[in-house]
Design a protein around this ligand. Structure first.
Ligand SMILES: Nc1ncnc2c1ncn2[C@@H]1O[C@H](COP(=O)(O)OP(=O)(O)O)[C@@H](O)[C@H]1O
Ligand SMILES: [Mg+2]
Length: 279
């Protein structure tokens, strides 16, 4: 079977575990691609916890979005307001907006309300929205921050994507969910006749004291040819500064701006992604 590679660069960052660095990578790879590599990037926050949204936008913007859910990705799924009077058309234009983060980087925010949206019935709405607005032409790459739980919105995120990327925290249980995730994605691809290509695993939160866990995890990854082939050479180091950068006192939230080896590492990860998906 010949798999036709899509030209669209739409990468879903996914793992069914929480706290593995999905949001940190989604935001900071996006930022680095925009700032260092001059790529036009759209980050789409599909997690109702809104972490990427809060990471990237000011408190004022977040408040505005909380008060106007239809400006967020929620607007794609629930474009019309419930109307008691059915006389007039309930079709309303989609109000979803891309907010500017820095030059070349925009974000479509999430909203808590997407948990209430009836996405299960329309898992292709996000894909259709991306296609109708030709977002893959306006931007060089779309990166989707997906939530950890199997849900309508994870389905919508995957069906919109042409690639998926799995951040994996270095611990003993990290590999446990990967076969299940890949089976889920492959079944979904078959059912909807879409191709969602495995772009790889990025090991995250690597700590100098984790030598035994690290080598155990790596050797288990290497036993599976598909995982081995797709493992990123560059890993994300553990740095307290990364977690601390999110505190209100911190001068910057973005890892690229921290400089030093952690900046180099991020640039290397972004460069590896560029090469893998031929961006
Ligand atoms: N490389 C890292 N070094 C130190 N802390 C990290 C690193 N990556 C993520 N974290 C912290 O770990 C927590 C979970 O990361 P997050 O990206 O939100 O995970 P997820 O989106 O998978 O739930 C956050 O507090 C984040 O700041
Ligand atoms: Mg997250």
């Amino acid at each position: 079977m010949v798999i036709k590679m899509s030209n669209k660069k739409i990468v879903c960052i996914i793992n069914m575990k929480g706290g593995v660095g999905k949001t940190t990578l989604a935001v900071n790879i996006s930022y680095t691609l925009a700032k260092h590599f001059n790529k036009r990037v759209l980050l789409i926050d599909m997690d109702p916890q809104m972490n990427s949204t809060q990471y990237c936008l000011s408190d004022n913007n977040v408040e505005d979005i909380l008060n106007h859910p239809r400006k967020s990705i929620y607007g794609v799924f629930e474009p019309e307001l419930p109307s008691v009077v059915k006389a007039e058309s309930t079709e309303k234009p989609i109000e979803t907006q891309a907010f500017s983060v820095i030059e070349n980087l925009d974000i479509i925010p999430s909203h808590l309300n997407i948990m209430r949206a009836n996405i299960g019935e329309s898992p292709l709405k996000l894909k259709n929205y991306i296609n109708e607005n030709k977002l893959y032409e306006k931007y060089d790459i779309l990166i989707i921050d997906a939530p950890p739980t199997i849900s309508g919105y994870i389905k919508a995120a995957l069906l919109s994507s042409t690639y998926y990327l799995v951040p994996m925290k270095i611990d003993f249980l990290s590999l446990f969910g990967l076969p299940m995730l890949q089976t889920y994605i492959n079944d979904l691809s078959r059912e909807y006749e879409s191709h969602i290509i495995f772009t790889g695993i990025i090991l995250t939160q690597k700590h100098p004291t984790h030598t035994r866990i690290y080598s155990s995890l790596k050797s288990r990854i290497e036993q599976n040819p598909d995982w081995q082939r797709n493992l990123f050479q560059n890993e994300m180091l553990y740095r307290a500064a990364i977690a601390n950068s999110l505190s209100p006192e911190s001068g910057t939230k973005f890892i690229y701006e921290l400089g030093g080896d952690i900046q180099d590492q991020l640039v290397n990860i972004a460069a590896e992604l560029i090469q893998k998906i031929r961006l």
